[in-house]
Design a protein around this ligand. Sequence first.
Ligand code: HXC
Ligand code: NAP
Length: 293
Amino acid sequence: MISVEGSPFKNDLLKDKTIWVTGGGTGLGKSMATLFSGLGAKVAISSRKEDVLKKAADEISVQTGNAVFIAPMDVREPKLVEDAYEKIKSDFGQPNSLLNNAAGNFISPTERLSSRAFKVIIDIVLYGSVNTTLVCGKDWLKQGIKGNLLNIVTTYAWTGSGYVVPSATAKAGVLAMTRSLAVEWGKKGIRSNAIAPGPFPTKGAWSRLMPGEMAENFDFGKRVPLNRVGEHQELANLATFLMSDHSAYINGEVVTIDGGEWLKGAGQFNMLEAIPESMWDMIESQVRKTKGS
Ligand code: HXC
Ligand code: NAP
């Protein structure tokens, strides 16, 4: 359960923010939207499924006491994105913050993918983030609004990853956009940052990435040095800090929140953790014997 009490923040931290959260009706988007709302932000959530958005908005509002606006749309359609933004603006309030969180993903060997299967992921993740960012950025620049762009990527945005190649390709693009706009729009007062989460259990991600018995055979928690998956509150706390003015000098950064997972895969000798403690005396003496040889 996401709560203000589970965060280090004060109740009114985000009172001047109107935050547009894509994919805000489920999973991590809903969790982040809940904490934003609990901290006084006006939150508007978008995704394709109106019924899901409505239920989430009601739940968040009941918990936080603040209104949550719904603006159903498909991020792949520039016109629908523009209409959603204008509706939020006219019926709810001027957005000054954007959380690009909507995504699509599924595991597959790349050679099994059709061009359309690849495209559907690129369209949601990369083109979708482009569409929302363009709409917000153009309006903010025109009005001189000091806006805040926050993009949810993944750690494989820079390492790449087999079996999720469309997603990795798209997230890498979002990361490049994050850093590019930090410079281009930073000088006009718009910040641009990203968060790279490691494994945080959600229905959407797990059903597509770890279907059926795979979840038992590939325990994500075991890949993480901290030996566990992430908690939604932990991600929401980080997103809140990056949305707040307390992070005003952070621009063009990608903050990893993965318990050390990707570094564990990257460090050449990290596999030595498989060696039992009891063997290290013997190994040390073998290594010491090489002295002078
Ligand atoms: C191969 C597949 C496929 C699969 C779909 N396709 N699933 N190909 N293996 N498992 C192909 C279809 O055959 C079709 O190509 C094309 O993809 C489009 O499929 P549609 O069903 O028409 O697309 P659509 O209804 O728009 O669905 C999009 C979707 C879906 C991405 C496929 O899963 C979705 O809506 N997802 C949204 C939520 C989500 O994915 N959440 C997870 C985010 S998690 P053809 O050529 O046959 O027409 C995340 C975590 C990262 O990103 C890191 C975790 C640690
Ligand atoms: P999720 O619940 O499936 O969230 C994805 C959201 O995107 C859904 O609310 C979905 O709503 C929305 N969406 C999908 N296609 C859309 C479209 N065309 N237009 C508008 N909205 C669309 O999964 P999640 O795990 O919370 O993922 C949230 C974010 O975290 C994603 O960016 C994901 O890549 C990232 N992430 C997750 C993990 C993890 O371990 N969970 C790790 C790294 C990164 P509709 O179906 O209603 O459209």
